[in-house]
Design a binder for this molecule. Sequence first.
Ligand SMILES: [Cu+2]
Length: 165
Amino acid sequence: MFNKTKKLMLAFTMLTILNVSTAMEHHHTNYTTTEIVINDPWVRLSPPNAPALGLFMQINNNTNYDIKLLSVNASGYKRIELHRTVAQGDMMKMAKQEFMPIPTKGKLHLKPGSWHIMLIGPKSVLRKGDTVMIDLVFDNGLTKTVYAQVRKEKKMTGNHHRMMY
Ligand SMILES: [Cu+2]
């Protein structure tokens, strides 16, 4: 009997925690489904005179269809472009992309040296810990607002994925 009560209380506590995190999610997004989930959005800390800043994140597509990220809106930049770093011979080069594809039930990982969003011509200096508000516009009609924090690029090691998460 006592055990059962304890279990119930635990279940109730977990429900409460779930509700709180759901409420926070709503606060940070402008629509209420989890069809598209953005994880770990961040802006790379750069020198004050940097002409452009890299924005990275993981975009998860939980829908039953492929989607495309079409554009990114944020105030405080001359313009914003979708980029992908690709090898050209033995050189790495950034190439502007028309869209970013996110496969159904899959994800696209925007990271240094790969897909990224380029915030070009920042009108103010971003400092470590600053938060940047960005709207992501997808081809299925959804717009998702994310808050990305400015931070240093984590040093990559052999198994950095496991170390980071
Ligand atoms: Cu770029």
